[in-house]
Design a protein around this ligand. Sequence first.
Ligand SMILES: O=c1ccn([C@@H]2O[C@H](COP(=O)(O)OP(=O)(O)O[C@H]3O[C@H](CO)[C@@H](O)[C@H](O)[C@H]3O)[C@@H](O)[C@H]2O)c(=O)[nH]1
Length: 476
Amino acid sequence: MTMTVAVTTVPHILIFPFPAQGHLIPILDFTHYLALRRQLQITILVTPKNLPLLQHLLSRHPSIQPLTLPFPDSPGIPPGVENTKDLPPSSTKSAHVSFMNALSGLRSPLLNWFQTTPSPPSVIISDMFLGWTHHLASDLGIPRIVFSPSAAFALSVIYHLWRNMPQLPENPSESITFPDLPNSPNWIKSQLSPIYRSYVPGDPQSELVKDGFLADIDSWGIAFNSFAGLESKYLEYLKIELGHDRVWAVGPLLSPPSESVASRGGTSSVSVPHLEAWLDTCPDDKVVYVCFGSEAVLTEDQSNKLASGLEKSGVQFVWRVKDVEGGRPSIPEGFEDRVAGRGVVIRGWAPQVMILSHRAVGAFLTHCGWNSVLEGIVAGVPMLAWPMGADQFIDATLLVEELKMAVRVCEGKESVPDSEVVASKLSELMEEDREERKLAKELSLAAKEAVSEGGSSVKDMESLVEQLVQLYSSSD
Ligand SMILES: O=c1ccn([C@@H]2O[C@H](COP(=O)(O)OP(=O)(O)O[C@H]3O[C@H](CO)[C@@H](O)[C@H](O)[C@H]3O)[C@@H](O)[C@H]2O)c(=O)[nH]1
């Protein structure tokens, strides 16, 4: 265990990430921006195998102390696995539930650390999947702030579900409406949070998850990787729902400017200069980038149809295929030869932010994971939405129906797209005068403004830090 020994004269904050890439990447960026303020002492808690992922953050901010606690034994997680990215694909279905349960085993070692550390943290900021830290914080008499890597819209729906526990209809095509939310959105059952749908009353793992979300709702505050210009009505809705205004939108959390965007979240599995050189040969806005986040793996059927759609469309593309060790073939045989020169397939980790921000990239076929959505917005590219699970259907509603900067191309984790539809939607969206492209460029400017001096997210970050400092002064 690494111990913090310094006696602090500034507020001491504990940051506790959830070990899944879609959660870690933004909370590490968030921690970087907190550290830049130099008004806080920061300790960040990880289990040993995740420590290397802190390398960039710690070398940039030597004052940040890592705290490593052993990963608790857990029946649902193979020995040696401490990050959802290292789970075999067959076990990723309930990965988040297993990890939420496993990590709650850190409660007692963490309590012990708090009780034996000189100047322990006066606030815990932890991922939305670590609701139990709210109870620990309450026992310690300190506040806990939720860090949300998901949208305020998505959490409005998810918190509504856990608070009200609505019975979901038997009929899979019957939609469920959320009349209390702005615009009364609706989705069918399979599009709602799989974690909520998997809840089994009385089952200890399910009860811990439910309790965790309710504890999030009761927490002192919540910080979103989002910005007011994107979803102010949901941020405002949450303030009313939560009964306080400690709801900060501090995003989009961009990679620190000094950090190579090519290594964000992982080391690129392709040569970045090579890829850049290829993109440099392409005209502006003519390449589509295809990626389904850090977790989703396509079935053979899905890959075949997508590949065929890409082929038929004639567009230039970069397709990131999730590498599955010893798993099924991920793209059809001969595909790469047939599209040589026109398309690039990346097996493994892609330098996503670099790709999206290249002038040649003009569209993004995405599963609508929130980080990808924000990265696409910053890059100003219109999107083709294929939501698959988690919060992605809600993000797709925001992109397609509200922001109108995306079109739907397929829906669902099990659905197989029609290759003709993929091809036509791709070539249509690549047209220059599409409204989606214009709106995407406008939103990109709004996103950049939010994180520039005087912007709404900078102000929210300042207000968050101010409140942390005030809390600390009042506890003296
Ligand atoms: O080859 C890759 C693949 C992913 N990424 C990055 O990994 C992150 C992926 O995050 P996201 O797009 O949000 O997708 P998931 O990994 O699927 O994220 C999970 O977590 C998100 C935040 O809660 C949710 O919105 C998603 O639905 C959930 O699946 C992004 O920053 C990507 O840039 C890369 O850099 N290279």
